[in-house]
Design a protein around this ligand. Sequence first.
Ligand code: PMP
Length: 452
Amino acid sequence: MTQPRTTADWQALGRQHLLAPFSDYKQLGAKGARIIQRADGVYLWDSEGRKILDAMAGLWCVNVGYGRRELADATHRQMLELPYYNLFFQTAHPPAIELAAAIAEIAPAGMRHVFFAGSGSEANDTVLRLVRHYWAIKDQPQKKVIIGRINGYHGSTVAGASLGGMKAMHGQGDLPIPGIEHIAQPYWYGEGGAMDPQAFGEWAAEELEKKILEVGEERVAAFIAEPIQGAGGVIIPPQSYWPRVRKILARYDILFVADEVICGFGRTGEWFGSQYYGLEPDLMPIAKGLTSGYLPMGGVIVRDHVAQTLAEGGEFYHGYTYSGHPVAAAVALENIRILREEKIVERVKAETAPYLQKRWQELADHPLVGEARGLGMLGALELVQDKKSRTRFPGGIGMRCREHCFANGLIMRAVGDTMIVSPPLVIDREEIDALIGLVRTCLDATARELAG
Ligand code: PMP
């Protein structure tokens, strides 16, 4: 049993031993971490007993909300039945097989195989290995280059961070690794300048074709992209973007990887973001909403022609100890059952996402908000000093706004000066009203701080 500790005790102990992800250790050490102790529905409670609306669903993952007993029960049952076994060396177990079949049922038509991993990053490591293996089997081993996008996010492992286009991450440790290229992102608000959004979307799409021609089709293995960039700042491409990308992809013999780690499992109001945009990926990395974050798990959903090719390629020397972990698989199965039986994705599409988006748009009238955009259960606010010219505040204000959110019981993330939300899919109308109210309170507090 852990002894009861105060917030200061937890912070001190953490400072002594814990290296947290994506943290400035000196800063965190001076300030002390916020200690989250329990959660229920869309709310968290910290070690001071404060109630916090989690408008980020953890890290975009707690799709069915916190406190689902069925998921705890599934864990308990599976732990007693078979807590661990692997899928190596011609063995398998019922939870992994059943989960692969359940995913095939909800995935786009013609995507009926799944390779399991432990996280989204691992899923993208698998993508990198798998697409190169695929082309080698097809006697085109020189097709190795993968095209990603600047400011895309595909994870934090060496392959994930290389496929992603986060400059700060590349700066630490000679990334990207060789064989990865990046093209412009379809971020009109930040980078569209005087261009009309639709023209900008087409321009950004054409960057793909330019890159394919520059590298040479015979060397390009795949293009990887998130249907909507999440960590980059909930970047919803102009409507012209995906149709133009699809046309380009149809002209070249390269694989298309839609990273569904955030968009998958209902976030857009469809099961997958690819379905929302009518994309036909060859591979779809998944994680997060697969288990609603209750246990770590990722995977790659594979189109039939890719699976058939793999079947001709001899042994694929790739896999993880926890590929298809039985307890994680049992939780994922139960999570998918909940999503289906409670019609959570349908409710997002028909009811709660339209309501969230209607209310989110109201925030556009706030003096700090240059753009309020959203789709499904995703939202972003661009904070600016001048709305017309889209000019940012010198030095940025996103982090200050985020502090006001914490102080007022709201978790909203700051990506530079883009404030973003991605609440649990089970959030109801009343909770959406509470969310909008809190966001406005925090924007007002930020504005007052700037004025004072
Ligand atoms: N791909 C995308 C689109 C993501 O948003 C993330 C995580 N934010 C990842 C991959 C990496 O997933 P993980 O953190 O589980 O490794």
